[in-house]
Design a protein around this ligand. Sequence first.
Ligand code: AMP
Length: 190
Amino acid sequence: MINIVLFGKPGAGKGTQAEFLKEKYNLTHLSTGDIFRFNIKNNTELGKLAKTYMDKGDLVPDEVTIKMLQSEVDKNPHSAGFLFDGFPRTLAQAAALDVFLESKGQEVTATVGIEANDEILIQRLLERGKTSGRPDDQDEEKIRNRYQEYNEKTAPLMNYYKQQGKFFEVDGIGTILEVTQRLSSVIDKL
Ligand code: AMP
């Protein structure tokens, strides 16, 4: 069983790459952003709460996010492994994930960061915002806030996993296929 965490700033291509990797490695893809958006669309209590943070580009509080993620993992008891996309995003989430997986006799196998330059990514997101309908992709100020959240709260996680020998990095600039191949070459060696 392998459990992979994909890291990358907004727009780096985590979701796009996850679509390919989940097929290739038979993993259950869990995107916390997608799950929040599904809840917003269905107007659930969780969705209403998450929306107040997401629309500003802020992170949703840890307690809510961790509980949601755990319940999604529990919905897939026969999974051959998970591909976590957009989770963990804080040290508290990473610590909770470790404890949670350990309670199931599992662990994070590896984390892979998809690297790309901020200015390229911001342009990509603004472009995506024209068709995605996502309010957090349409306003440069919100996008910059998401980057600030990433730098302050998520970037320190790389060290957390580096210390455990579980952090790898690939260049996120190139064609979708090129980036998939770079990610695959990391995963194939695990
Ligand atoms: P994403 O689709 O991964 O870019 O996530 C969109 C938004 O959902 C983020 O800007 C956050 O507001 C929220 N979100 C997604 N994942 C998390 C997480 N692990 N912790 C807190 N907020 C999250």
